[in-house]
Design a protein around this ligand. Structure first.
Ligand code: PLP
Length: 376
């Protein structure tokens, strides 16, 4: 048996998505900027995708811009906010994705932008009282940048709460929704979120396609200049087949969202229950009561097997994210595990699920882990 439990890293294309893209590759090949018939057909496909995404997010089509990935969209928000909206300070957290954290390092040194990282507790919960205090303490134009679902812990941020805090202090709010898109309902018409980014390959669309939502009142200038595609926000010939694939995957995700979430919750609680019984002392990371059902971060108690655990699982054909060996001198602990003060003697593995996983795969994984640790 081969078990893929690394869906927070990327997801495989669903057969329906493959079929849709394959069909488009054979039949739809115009340049969307061309004014002739083939160009117009291609353009229509893109606009249909944009409308579908917008309507599900309760946004307007003019607020959705396709990008190559969430990394690009996050870079654009953080760098252009400073130039276009006069942002002087960015408040974020130490458990954001590297495409946020490394860009923050850059804007701090290159643009002299003030960056404040909020405290997180040992469960990875972000200190929102500190956010309020920081916002109240300064009149500087501020962007708050906090991810919706944390990619290592699965913690879910209360977007409405943070959006309201930002609104009451006149701050802009950006959320990286790469891990939550397709799994959560959004209502961007409330105008609490100014920027939101997403990535197709996290919800069974192809790699290399994502999108950026920008509130109509805070449209940024382009990071890439050129042929003025995407209403001059993102130049470069559109990834037509990627957008068509994203459209299909997005529609499927929301048509099936409840059913998928129900399956994910079952898979996760099944795995938790089995691990608790089979491996004494196992710990689960994150704010357990506010977690996405597709991520389970597990810390295994000290064992001679820990150093080799990623490899041993790989040998069993079980694919997970090793995260880090906190204790190992050679493997650097993940910045997220470091931020929550993960016990250095434990080994943390991130298991991440899709609705296409089965209970049998969970049983196989738990039994393999039990065997691995039994031999210690
Ligand atoms: N943000 C989060 C929370 C992610 O998990 C990822 C991917 O792992 C990214 C951003 C980057 O996404 P992309 O691969 O589309 O650049």
């Amino acid at each position: 048996m081969e078990v893929y439990l690394d869906h927070a890293a990327t997801t495989p294309l669903l057969p329906e998505v493959v079929e849709t893209i394959y069909d488009a590759m054979r039949n739809i090949n115009g340049n969307p900027s061309s004014t002739h018939k083939l160009g117009r057909i291609a353009k229509t496909k893109i606009e249909q995708a944009r409308k579908s995404v917008a309507s599900q997010l309760v946004a307007s089509a003019g607020e959705i811009f396709f990008t190559s990935c969430a990394t690009e969209a996050n870079n654009m928000v953080l760098t252009r906010c400073i130039k276009d909206l006069g942002v002087q300070r960015i408040i974020s957290s130490p458990i954001e994705h590297h495409c946020i954290l490394h860009t923050l390092e850059r804007v701090e040194t290159e643009h002299n932008t003030k960056v404040d990282l909020l405290d997180v507790n040992p469960k990875g919960a972000i200190n929102l009282e500190q956010l309020e205090e920081l916002l109240a303490a300064s009149e500087e134009k501020t962007l708050v940048c906090l991810m919706h679902v944390n990619n290592e812990l699965g913690n879910v941020l209360d977007l409405e709460k943070v959006g309201n805090i930002c609104q009451s202090h006149n701050a802009l709010f950006h959320t990286d929704a790469a891990q939550s898109m397709g799994k959560y309902a959004f209502d961007l018409s409330q105008n609490l979120i100014h920027f939101l980014t997403a990535s197709g390959h996290k919800f069974h669309a192809p790699k290399g396609i994502g999108f950026l939502y920008m509130n109509a009142n805070t449209i940024l200038k382009p990071m890439l200049t050129g042929g003025a595609q995407e209403r001059n926000v993102r130049s470069g010939t559109e990834n037509l087949h990627g957008i068509i694939g994203l459209h299909k995957a997005f529609d499927l995700a929301y048509a099936e969202v409840e059913e998928r979430n129900r399956k994910l919750a079952e898979l996760k609680s099944n795995m938790k229950n089995q691990l608790q019984t089979l491996i004494p002392g196992v710990l689960f990371n994150g704010t357990i009561e506010q977690q996405s059902s597709h991520i389970l971060s597990v810390s295994f108690p000290p064992s001679p097997k820990n150093e080799m655990l990623d490899f041993l699982l790989d040998m069993e054909n079980i694919m997970v994210s090793g995260g880090s060996a906190c204790s190992s001198g050679s493997v650097k602990a993940s910045h997220v595990l470091e931020a929550i003060g993960c016990d250095a003697d434990y080994k943390t593995i991130r298991f991440s699920f899709s609705h296409i996983n089965t209970p049998e795969e969970i049983d196989f994984t738990c039994n393999s882990l039990a065997k691995i640790f039994a031999k210690a």
